[in-house]
Structures are given as C-alpha cells and as structure tokens.
Design a protein around this ligand. Sequence first.
Ligand code: HEM
Length: 486
Amino acid sequence: MAKRYVDERTAGDRAGRERGERPRNARRLTACADADYRSAMIAEREVHPVPPCAAGRIPWLGAAPRLLRDPTAFFAEHRRRLGDTYLVDVFGRRLLCVFSPAGVRRLYELPEDEASFGLATFDLLKAKVPIEVFLGRRNRPHDLFGNEEVQRYLGVLEDVVALEIEELGSTGRFEIFRAMRRLGHRLGFGSWAGTEAASARHLDRLIPLFDRLDGSDAFVRPIRALIAQATHQARERRAQRGIEEILGEILAERQRDGRRPGDFLDQIWDSFADVTPAERPIQVARDVMVLHMGAQSNLYAALAWTLVNVLLRPDLLARIRDGDDVLLEKTANESIRMAQRSITLRRVLKPVEVYDGRGTYRVGPGVFLATMLSVTNTSAGPDLHRFEPDHYAGRRLAPDVEIPTKELVSTFGHGRHSCPAQRFAITAIRISIRRLLEHFDFAPEFTTAAPRRRQIGGVARAQRPCWVAYQKRPLGSARQVRPTAS
Ligand code: HEM
C-alpha cells in the first residue's frame, strides 16, 4: 500500500517534470523511499481516520469527571455506544481505546520502541513518586525471579507467613484487605529487603512510609496523585528518605556483623559495588522501593480476593483445606481475573498502524493505546461473567473456555511485558492462604464483596470493608501440606 502511494506520487511528479515543473513533495518522497509513508505522515497525537470520540466538555480534564466515577462502566458503556475502537481525551492525554480481538492483540504485540509500556507507566506514576526513585535502577523482578531462585524465596515466604500467623494470636477479627496489605508488605520485604525488614523491629516503621510513597495511588486514588503534584511530593520525599534510612540501618548491621544470608538484598547490594559508600545504601533502597511498589500494586489485593472467594464458598474451602493445591492456584487465578481493574497502556513513540479487524488506524506519537481488562475479562466468553476456578488449567485459561483471542482475558498480561513475577506471586498466594486456612477457622461478616468502583489500574481493592472473625483451629485438625513452588 505504502509502495503504491510512492509510485503514484512519483508518476505525478514525472508528468510534472515533463511539463518543466519542479517535482512536488520531492523531500517527502525521499523520506518515503525507506519509511512507511502512510505512517510517517501522521502528526503528533493524531489518529487517522478519526474514530468516534468520548468527548468531555472541560479543557484538559476532558472526560475525566465521568471516567473517574466508574472507569469500568465508562469504558464498557462507550464501547456499547461507539464500538470497539474509540478515542478518549482525559487529563491532557489522548487515549485510543481498543477492545476488538485484533485491536487488543496489536496493542500487546507492538515493540517497546514503537509503543512503550515503560513510558506509559512512568507517565502514570511520576505524579506520585519522586523521579529520583526511578533513575538508575539495576535490579528488576526479571533479574530476581529466574527459575533457579524459587527455592530461595520459598523458605522466606513460609517464614514470614509464620510470623504473621503468630502475631494474629488465637482469636480476633480483621478486615481482609487491610490484613492482606500488611501480609503483602511482609512477603515483599522478606523477599527483597531481608528478613530483618519483615521482622517486628522494622516492619511497623516501614509500612507507613511505603504506604505514603505508594505509586499505586496514582491509579487507585488518582486524587492523591494530584495532591502530591500540588505539594511538590513533599510527603513522598520524606517517606523516601525514611525508607532509605531504615534500609541503610539494615545494610550497615549486615556489614558490621559480616552477615551475608545470600538473599535478594545481598544480590542488590553486590550490584552497586561500584558506587561510593555513601551512595550505595541509597541506591539499594531505591531498587527495593521500585520492586516493592510493583509488588504491592497487585499482590495484596490478589491475596485478599482469593481469601474472600474461598471463604464465601464452603465447598471450595473444604476441598482446599483437604490439600488441593491445584484448586487453590486455579482459585487464585480466577480471583485475579474477576478482580482485574488494570488499564493496559502503551505510549506511542513512532507512527504505528493499528488494525482493529474492520479498518486500519494510523496513530501518531504521543497517543496512548489503551484497553481496560475489567471490560474484556468478564465479557470475552459466554461464561466469563461467572466465578469458576475451572476456567483455569494451571496458570492458563482452560482449553474449553472459548474466546476469540487469548489476549482478551488477562491476569498477568501477555507478550513481552507480561508479569515477570507471576510464579512468585501465585506461590506467595498459595502459601499464605494455605497456612491461614490450616491455622484458623474463619467466620466472614460479609456475604458479598464487590470491586472498588472508582479504581482504574491494578487488581481491585474492595468497595466495602470485608471483616472476618477468626479462631485458632484445634491442634492436629489441619492437614499439613508441604511447601512447593508453582
Ligand atoms: C497477583 C499479583 C500480580 C498481578 C495480578 C500482576 C499483573 C501484572 C500485569 C497484568 C502486568 C502487565 C502490564 C501490561 O502489560 O501493561 C504486569 C507486569 C509487571 N509486573 Fe506484575 N503482577 C503481580 C505481581 C507482581 C509482583 C509481585 C511484582 C514485583 C515483584 C510485579 C512486577 C511487575 C513488573 C516489573 C512488570 C512489568 C514487566 C515489564 O517491564 O515488561 N508484579 N504485572
């Protein structure tokens, strides 16, 4: 197609030359000899042809007031009204929303240098988290969670869950999302900030600091990101320095005692051997911050939904208590599918083409390609509005779940940016829920639970608190299941 366009122009110019005219578009045509002309001609933030648009009346804010009230309902309703591909202008950004099988597949397949996951995520988080936290990072989950590392983190996960269970005592009540948030912190600190960070000595100092820094506020409670921007991130910077100090104490203790447990914290410490002694603990702490924020965006909420779904279904609870770990993992995946509120975003860097199954859009740099998992996850197949652990076979959708393309259902993402911590996360959920069910009988004080309506991004928090009373089970009543990796 692009080639034909070049030829047509060239033919036109040839006719002009024959009439003694200067070739029209000479410079442009040179460029198109080695570039896709149709794409190259698209301007910043432009989409051509222009799809239907969910417009807003207020400049810059655009559709924000309606979108933020209930993002899932907003995207689903506009999909019904405008079709599978439409534009939304919001907070000065232009989103090209895709929901058709071909459109969503294209979003996931585009390479990073054409449509960037990293820049889209940074664009979301930068309002809440000070930029220096992101600069110079060396240890990503990809580096920590190789297959051979599983045994290394299994033991830590068991140890920190045991600490949490001990702290709960023999009887009491807790709000599930709040308690799982604390457990999520503990699982994370134990795994990448050293078991010291997960111990009572440091845990209660670290949690409020991380909760203040929390990047997921940018999409769970966008108003907090606006406040952070208005206050030049003063609270967040104080939290950041507090975390750097505590990590500094832990690292200094290790140095003083010559202690090297060979955990992820040692690995992160070693990777900064070339920086000055004063700078080294700060850089280590910032790697830990980015890892931990990535984890807390989803892990604790996934833990909470798994527990909620098990406690609301006595038959499921009985089978899991009886030792069925396969069922427990399917329940975790299904809980995540139903609770996903992630908006998948890619920031277009170079002109790209997006075929949505009906037509091709040329998309200019600066546009964000977007899809909303809560819209497709529960509507892509006939039975997907229903909670059913058998929708999963291991970590994948079961073969008998019929959907037009696998990308329309996502728990941990697809393609090159799918979650590098999937195995770790499912293992952490399985160990935590199994041990909690072994140790306690639970009496939920709720009969239903729904995702938080205003959330845009990540696994849902709950719309209303989910309280549960618990009591230690008699010794020997629980069937003990040996820890294994997923
Ligand atoms: C149940 C828990 C989790 C869920 C449901 C989840 C979900 C996801 C999803 C859907 C994506 C893809 C995003 C996209 O395509 O736009 C993703 C990517 C990512 N996740 Fe997770 N995640 C979880 C746990 C974690 C944990 C524990 C960590 C860190 C320790 C983590 C770190 C990351 C990172 C760094 C990426 C980006 C990968 C890249 O740059 O290519 N996630 N996750």
